[in-house]
Design a protein around this ligand. Structure first.
Ligand code: SF4
Ligand code: SF4
Ligand code: SF4
Length: 306
């Protein structure tokens, strides 16, 4: 076991050091073999240097480019660079609602993905307050940043961190990353960046990707105080026991699919979600639920007998 997987770790992105070169975005695609299958000139120039505009499964990381008006006559526009990928939440809506354990917490705080366990229900897409997971591939599965789990296991830094030339990305024990982030915020404030702040210390129970926001979190498009979507909480409350997890998840989701916070693209009901399922996914999902209910009933019977 590597040092990077033994204790709680985090990544720190320092927007004040970032040059917006997108080397990290490319390194992520390269290491994780995420080819660009969207064709040449698939994205006509949109007026923004952000490209692609959003996560799409073949991009687990997108550098965001927000323009900010400045009082400086010589530099009237400033960039509020940002980083959009999974935040590896301590209280992760995606993990709460995933009925198969495809998304799960690792000891070091990373939220890992086991694609072979994905049944394509897409509940995680709806439960994530940051609109991160994407259903992707020829045989679609859920895809998101894994914090380069395979690299961490082998004692290597995440590919994006390793490649960043100006030192805008750091990786280490979470408490040290928080300390480093706060020191940097103090430095920025001393230089007149009054709104500088550290994002992620408390959001969703604490994120494992923290950000130093030079112009404040909102300038980077981050939602302050983000929490898991209400449907994830509902699903958790509905769980009477571990064996009932899957059934309770589905029951909770059926009651309400209103996701209130963060980057939600749109509201979706369980019936709408099911429209995206192929017959094979529906069959697997239903089989899984039957098994889960059987297991839960058996567990209840055992508990009553004790
Ligand atoms: S590699 Fe570093 S400097 Fe370049 S965009 Fe990524 S974080 Fe910013
Ligand atoms: S950001 Fe979204 S996908 Fe990532 S751990 Fe949090 S809830 Fe899950
Ligand atoms: S940690 Fe790995 S998977 Fe996540 S954004 Fe960085 S390079 Fe991509």
């Amino acid at each position: 076991m590597s040092i990077y997987t033994r204790k709680e770790m985090a990544m720190l992105y320092d927007a004040s050091k970032c040059t917006g070169c997108k080397g990290c975005q490319v390194a992520c695609k390269q290491w994780n073999v995420l080819y660009s299958d969207l064709g040449m000139n698939a994205f006509p120039f949109s007026g923004s240097y952000q490209n692609p505009q959003d996560l799409n499964g073949s991009n687990r990381l997108v550098m965001t480019f927000k323009e900010k008006k400045s009082d400086n006559q010589l530099r009237p526009v400033e960039w509020a660079f940002g980083r959009r990928s999974c935040f590896h939440c301590t209280n992760a809506g995606c993990v709460t609602v995933c009925p198969t354990g495809c998304l799960k917490y690792e000891e070091n705080g990373v939220v890992s993905v086991s694609p072979e366990k994905c049944i394509g229900c897409r509940y995680c897409e709806m439960a994530c307050p940051f609109d991160v997971p994407r259903y992707y591939g020829d045989e679609p599965k859920i895809d998101k940043c894994t914090m380069c789990w395979d690299r961490l296991e082998n004692g290597m830094l995440p590919a994006c961190v390793k490649t960043c030339q100006p030192g805008a990305l750091h990786f280490g024990p979470r408490d040290e990353m928080i300390k480093l982030g706060k020191e940097r915020v103090e430095f920025l404030k001393s230089r007149g960046y009054d709104k500088a702040e550290l994002y992620g210390e408390n959001e969703c129970g604490g994120l494992h990707i923290l950000q130093v926001c030079k112009f404040g979190a909102e300038a980077q498009g981050l939602v302050k105080g983000a929490q898991p979507s209400p449907l994830a909480t509902l699903s958790k409350l509905a769980q009477p026991g571990a064996g009932l997890a899957a059934a309770a998840t589905v029951a909770g989701l059926a009651v309400s699919f209103v996701a209130a916070l963060g980057y939600r693209r749109r509201k979706m009901t369980i019936e709408e979600a099911k429209e995206h399922w192929t017959p094979a996914q529906r069959k697997r999902g239903e089989e899984y639920l039957r098994e889960a209910k059987k297991e839960a009933a058996e567990q209840e019977r055992r508990e009553n007998a004790e």
